[in-house]
Write a protein that binds this ligand. Structure first.
Ligand code: NAD
Length: 358
């Protein structure tokens, strides 16, 4: 297979971890005889410094021409402390998502047995958890009309959804459920919200096209509780933008660390693969960042983006073996086992590569 892959490392630890995501893709190509052509683009603070824009036209053009994009993170302390800055790193991320028409954010909550002790939840509750979230990305209160009274006494954000927005992400979630355990949980607040009643109506309609998938509808408040009470009960979870934002952060605790979670943002064209974490200024440049979220994002790029399912599984197996041998970056180290050995970004990346090449 021959593909063009764009690498956008971004800022802070994005630069450090994306190197390893890319190295893993190179190793997979070598091992399986694929030809991946890599190009690089700038985005975020580095791009503002160099060009004045958080998403230079050149990066956007490269993104549109590529088959898949591996992204690191954007952000800089300078902007976090200045809410009035007009040009900001995150504008680059929002713009590229919009330009590429990315409407579904897929976030697998994949728990490695070796990290059961790294979570704040009890191991016996967590063991065996494997959830795939589908969060809608283009609608909801984020993009509805916003109002604020001049005297500050009132504000509103309009929550809205179009039928087609629900339909297209529902199809993606049902397709995924078909290839997993054939169970889908749609999360809404249909007892209170019109948008949720539309959501439920569309999901019920689309479910008829997937009779092999068992569908459950759950209210968001119940889902938030069930997720920590019995996470194994979930498989594919389909939900709207706001509910997905909150639920997926809650679920990230299940995997033990932000440094372990990958995500894919997809639409009908080029997909965008990235760790869920940010640029982590507190540890940037110190060889402390966990590169596994970037490596697992590369795995998502392989199976979701390029259809290379076997290759993606090899990457996940290489991560599992590395963890089994006791190697831990500081965010997942908890002295739970005597074999545990603390290492930095570079060594973790090298050990995964070594496993992959075996
Ligand atoms: P963050 O995810 O960068 O960091 C949160 C905490 O998790 C920090 O203590 C950090 O050290 C730790 N952490 C994160 N990734 C890690 C990894 N791979 N290995 C080990 N530890 C890790 O979130 P934040 O501190 O709220 O934000 C920092 C900057 O990142 C801000 O400028 C923010 O705007 C930006 N941000 C960007 C994205 C993105 O690019 N998608 C997402 C979130 C935040």
């Amino acid at each position: 297979m021959s593909k063009n892959i764009l690498i956008i490392p971004g800022d802070g630890i994005g630069q450090e971890v994306t190197t390893w995501g890319k190295n893993v893709l190179e190793a997979v190509a070598d091992k399986h005889g694929h030809s991946f052509q890599f190009d690089e683009g700038i985005m975020g603070h580095v791009a503002i410094e160099e060009t004045g824009s958080p998403l230079p036209e050149e990066t956007l053009e490269k993104a549109k021409e590529s088959d898949a994009i591996l992204f690191g993170a954007i952000g800089h302390a300078k902007y976090d402390n200045d809410p009035h800055a007009k040009v900001r790193p995150e504008q680059g991320l929002l713009k590229i998502r919009k330009e590429l028409g990315l409407y579904a954010n897929l976030r697998p909550i994949l728990l490695f047995d070796e990290l059961l002790e790294a979570s704040s939840l009890k191991p016996e509750i967590l063991k065996g958890t494997d959830i795939l979230f589908f969060r809608e990305l283009t609608g909801d209160v984020y993009f509805g009309e916003k109002n604020k009274a001049e005297d500050g006494s009132f504000a509103s954000d309009l929550m809205n959804y179009h039928r087609y927005e629900v339909e297209r992400i529902a199809h993606k979630a049902f397709e995924a459920a078909r290839h997993r355990s054939k169970k889908l949980c749609s999360v809404d607040k249909a007892n209170v919200l019109e948008t949720s009643r539309l959501w439920r109506d569309v999901v019920q309609e689309i479910a008829k096209q997937y009779p092999d998938v068992e569908v459950e509808h759950m209210f968001i408040d119940n889902a938030a509780m069930q997720l920590v009470k019995n996470p194994r009960k979930f498989d594919v979870v389909l939900t709207a933008n706001l509910f997905g934002d909150i639920l997926t952060d809650e679920a990230s605790q299940i995997a033990g660390s932000m440094g372990m979670l990958a995500s894919a943002s997809v639409g009908d064209g080029t997909g965008f693969y990235e760790p869920i974490h940010g640029s982590a200024h507190d540890i940037a440049g110190q060889d402390k960042a966990n590169p596994l979220a970037s490596i697992l994002s590369a795995a998502l790029l392989l199976d979701i983006g390029l259809g290379l399912v076997e290759e993606a599984e090899e990457v996940r197996d290489a991560v599992a073996h590395t963890l089994k041998e006791g190697w831990r970056t500081i965010d997942i180290a908890n002295n739970a086992t005597p074999e545990e050995k603390k290492i930095g970004t570079k060594q973790m990346g090298e050990f995964v590569l070594e496993q992959l090449k075996k």
